[in-house]
Design a protein around this ligand. Sequence first.
Ligand code: RIB
Length: 296
Amino acid sequence: MAVRAIVVGSLVMDLSFLVPKRPEPGEVVIATGFATFRGGKGYNQAIALARLGADVTFVGAVGDDAWGREFIASLEAERVDASRMVVIPDAGTSVAAPMVTPDGDVAFVHAPAANALLTPEAVADLPACDVLLLQGEVPVETSIAAARVVERYGALVMLNPAPAHGITPELIEVAAILTPNEIEARDLARSAGDPVAVARMLAAGRRGAVITLGERGAAWAIDGQSGHAYPPSIVAIDATGAGDSFCAALAVALVEGQPAADAVRFACAARAAAATVRGAEPGLPDRRMVEALLGR
Ligand code: RIB
């Protein structure tokens, strides 16, 4: 049976610039490329889950505008249940400006718009599921309300605590699995030690924590075990959405019951695959692509 996943999160239209470097204060940097991609951590994770074979329900908010309609049509085209999507008449669909440097790394400016208006009512009647994926781009009270609903089903609650300003201790508290990047992990653990040790600290009192380390893979502590997983070697083009691909793949692998070390390796391969393609959504891999990278 397919993994039943719910994502409560953001949708963001990414106006993506390829830049030789990020601007200093007062500087104008001329982009070497520009394109528009559907993105947002929640949307990316929902599409990634669907491409990996999960049955996905997505709850998020868009404005009553062309981008909002495009997002809903795209969710439906990927066979994601978008029936709980909220359309907000007086707000625009969220937008971001990713700036991608030649090493494939990315930094963002982000305007939350409709994402900031997703209220707990939107998640009051979530269906039964195996796993709920949360991030930090919609109101904390809505994410916590969603976690409380799926607790009834015994679902695994995973939190990607990004961006850091959207995270509170109460939200961290509801997560069984945390998937921070290295900077977020340091902030949460208030420790800058060895990443595996930090993962163990973050896993205390919950099922686990996995720290994404980009091209260095991931440090993990799950179910009392811990380790460092390394990714397949790739040439990174654009890391936008790569972390979302990681979260989705980890969710699928853990619900399937893969051993923790294998689940994290699977997630590292999904992240690597996503980083080889320009833009968030276009790079989110299907299962066959992840397995091929793993050499399975
Ligand atoms: O995780 C990547 C996403 O974060 C991008 O698609 C961007 O929209 C930001 O929300």
